[in-house]
Structure formats: C-alpha cells, structure tokens
Design a protein around this ligand. Sequence first.
Ligand code: FPP
Length: 241
Amino acid sequence: MSAVEINPEGPNHVAIIMDGNGRWATQRGRPRLFGHQAGAKRVRQAVETCPSLGVKYLTIFAFSTENWKRTQSEIAGLMALFRRHIQREANYLHRLGTRVRFIGEREKLDIKLQKLMDYLEKLTENNDTTHLTVALNYGARDEVTRATKRLAVEVAEKRLRPEQVNTEVLASFLDTYMLPDPDLVIRTSGEARISNFLLWQSAYAEYEFIDTHWPDFTPDVFASVVNRFGGRDRRYGAVKA
Ligand code: FPP
C-alpha cells in the first residue's frame, strides 16, 4: 500500500459492515461464494493495514443473526469459509500480533467452528498490536436482549440492585464489554443502513457509507476513508468552545 502518515486524530476503533460480496460475484458471473472468498482476502489485508493507519481496534460484521435467512448452501459455504479461514490464518494473525475475539451468540454455530473460535481467542489472548473482533451470528438487538437477561438474573439473585443499573453497568453485560466504542463505522457497497450492528456502541460514531463492494476494499480505500475521519469535528452532544 502507499505510505500514509498516521493521523493522531484518526479513529482508534473502526467497525466495518462488509457488504457487497454477492453483487461483486454476480457482476462477474460467478457464484456468491466466490465473492465471500474474495472478501476473506480483504479481511486479511484490512488487518495488516491497521497499524499503519493508527487503528488499534477493528471490528468486522461477518455473519448476522438475520443471515440465517439465506439459502442453506450459502450458509454452509460461509460456515466452511469461516472454519477454513481460522485454520489457515491463525498462525499468521498470531505472528502479526493480532488479538482476535468473537462477538455474537456462538452456541448456535456448529461445534467445530466454536472450537476453532475458542482456539484462536486463546492463541492470541496476549497480543496487542491490533484487536480484531469478528461479529459472528451477531445482532445488536439480540446482544442487548441477552445482556438484559443476564442483568435481570443478577438483580433477581440480589447481586445487583435496580438503582445500580446505569449505562456503564449495562455496557459491561454486552458482548463488547472489553472494547472501546467505535469511532468510525464503515459500510461498503452503497447501502446507507446500520443493519442491527453495534447499535448501542455506535451512539457517537461517525459513519461512512461508500460505494465500493467489500472485495474491492483495498488498503488504499481503507486509508482514504480513515483519513477523511481526521477532518471531522466530534462534539458528543456538547458545544465546542
Ligand atoms: C455481505 O455481502 C457479506 C457477508 C454476509 C459475509 C461477510 C463475510 C466475509 C467477508 C467472508 C470472510 C469473513 C471472515 C471473517 C473470514 P453480501 O453477501 O450481503 O453481498 P450482497 O449484498 O451483494 O448480496
């Protein structure tokens, strides 16, 4: 990639809705899975690019709670791709110093995939170069619902009093309890929707909706979106003096 200077005011945490794999493949007369395979290669590049952009946390939306509505063959293909990708990339991600974590409801995923996810999290748990979080079977409403259930148990069993519940306490029950909030959310492929991604965490994030399909998301595209962020004036609801 071209050399980019790190902007000290750039985003610390970038979250990406990786959209457009299917359309990218269809435009080439290829099956949708071909697009997902091309997309997986861009995931590797995006992780490699983070340190040079000053991005410490990268969170990617790999499979949503709504994606189960796709055809059985696409779902099976995606799950096989996730398994293969973890098997192939684990050592490389580890060498890069990437800490990998997963968010979402993992119990619904096949047991082989769950074991690989656990393995990769454990392998990379002491790394700190880039924190990659993969949202797999993730939906923000599902996450908040699961968090609320656990919180309700704490209250019912009297480990927590209702008046102690505040935004920090609720956030600590979310899948993302260990992450800072995203500063920048990017969605590729032209749609201007959030699609149930990190709804609570992105309350003050900046959004970038770009036309590029995910398989065309090169390090240069990543750099240009991140560099646009530096020019923004974030006030978090306050008025700047
Ligand atoms: C959205 O494109 C993409 C997905 C639902 C899957 C994302 C998966 C990858 C990028 C594969 C690799 C991921 C990892 C973590 C290895 P779409 O199928 O919705 O595209 P469309 O809107 O054009 O149909």
